[in-house]
Design a protein. Structure first.
Ligand SMILES: [Zn+2]
Length: 153
């Protein structure tokens, strides 16, 4: 196909991946998150009611980035390899870069933690990666949080 007949930019090109049973439980909290995430804190979070589950890295990144942008300020992501928070940028002027960075983080198939800091204070966003073992009844992420919670019990 000649280059001049190819369509223009379409945004995200690669198709989102899914793994059977693998999904993320997402939580938002205002200014109560830990300075340093711990396994105990993750376990406590997973025992609470999540927002509706997310099944792909694209969904996770979108939830994190738009949630953080709603709070405003600068976005920081938890980098577990270095046990530290790294600044991703300003949520107004660098939103697209923040979104792409979060998508890359989520594409690892791990949990992704984001903090938004502005003059309003701090808001914490947690996307906890869970397997079919941790959430066995929930292999096909329901968009309905009530149905999701019922299946877990
Ligand atoms: Zn689940």
């Amino acid at each position: 196909m000649p280059a001049e007949t190819l369509p223009g930019p379409v945004g995200v090109v690669s198709a989102p991946w899914r793994l059977p049973g693998f999904h993320w439980h997402v939580y938002r909290r205002d200014a109560v998150g830990p300075a340093w995430p711990t396994p105990e804190e993750r376990a406590a979070r997973l025992a609470t009611m999540p927002d509706k589950p997310r099944a792909t890295p694209h969904q996770v990144a979108g939830w994190l980035a738009y949630g953080a942008a709603g709070h405003g300020g600068r976005a920081y992501v938890w980098v577990p390899e270095y046990r530290t928070w790294r600044c991703l940028g300003d949520l107004d002027s660098e939103f697209n870069r923040v979104l792409v960075e979060l998508m890359l983080q989520a594409a690892h198939g791990d949990s992704v933690y984001v903090v938004a800091c502005s003059w309003l204070g701090r808001a914490d966003f947690f996307a906890e990666a869970v397997t079919a073992v941790e959430c066995a009844a929930h292999g096909h992420a329901s968009p309905d949080v009530v149905a999701h919670a019922r299946r877990r019990s």
